[in-house]
Design a binder for this molecule. Sequence first.
Ligand SMILES: Nc1ncnc2c1ncn2[C@@H]1O[C@H](COP(=O)(O)OP(=O)(O)O)[C@@H](O)[C@H]1O
Ligand SMILES: [Mg+2]
Length: 252
Amino acid sequence: MSEVTDKFKTMLYLNGVSVSFDGFRALNNLSIIVHPNEMLAIIGPNGAGKTTMMDIITGKTRPDSGTVFFGSTIDLLRHKEADIAQLGIGRKFQKPTVFEHLTVFENLELALKTDKGVRRSMFFKLDSTQSDRLAEILETIHLSDSVSRMAGNLSHGQKQWLEIGMLLMQDPKLLLLDEPVAGMTDEETARTAELFLTLKGKHSLMVVEHDMSFIRTISEIVTVLCDGSVLAQGTLDEVQADERVIEVYLGR
Ligand SMILES: Nc1ncnc2c1ncn2[C@@H]1O[C@H](COP(=O)(O)OP(=O)(O)O)[C@@H](O)[C@H]1O
Ligand SMILES: [Mg+2]
């Protein structure tokens, strides 16, 4: 797909989404679009609704009002959480959730199984396309030298990469990543930025992060979320100079 046509298509479309918890409006008429192969970087203060937005996209939370479409035809509000993952939306939570007692290889292999869970099928074998894909992903996540290590023995950063690798095994159209570099060393953060840049153009990505240098590396444009809706959008320099953004977020 060319970049020109990508701009006229949507991968994800949220329109007028609101949700309240005990009277508190966590999302307030939120509208946001992710285009095919776009990297949408999102910043915003704690409590802005960033994680709640991902909960809504993945079917974990239902909005009180609004519409959520995947592509131009799939109404995500009509699908269950497990179906949404199958449709091609992969989500990375803040904490890594790899299987600590399995090797790196086994974790990636397991990610291909679509029986939604932890049960290991004794008869599962990778076909050659899947093996090639696994090898390619190992390269991407910098774990080619660690295939037989127990996931539990990896560093925090490596666990995060492994989990991203597990998502990639499913070849998602859209990846949602919530604070992927939190707790990483500077070097791990830099390598993660590199990793994300290799994903750019192959998947649509929505990345929530507080680390500004990381954000600057992965995307020219950022969207600022505040009080459950979009406060500003522009280059990082533009939003960093925006009085409203400084007031609610950067100035603190
Ligand atoms: N399931 C829930 N039940 C009650 N309150 C929630 C729930 N999820 C989020 N909230 C509230 O919604 C607001 C937005 O939270 P969140 O989306 O986690 O913000 P962010 O990720 O931007 O820091 C917070 O005030 C949070 O306490
Ligand atoms: Mg959050």
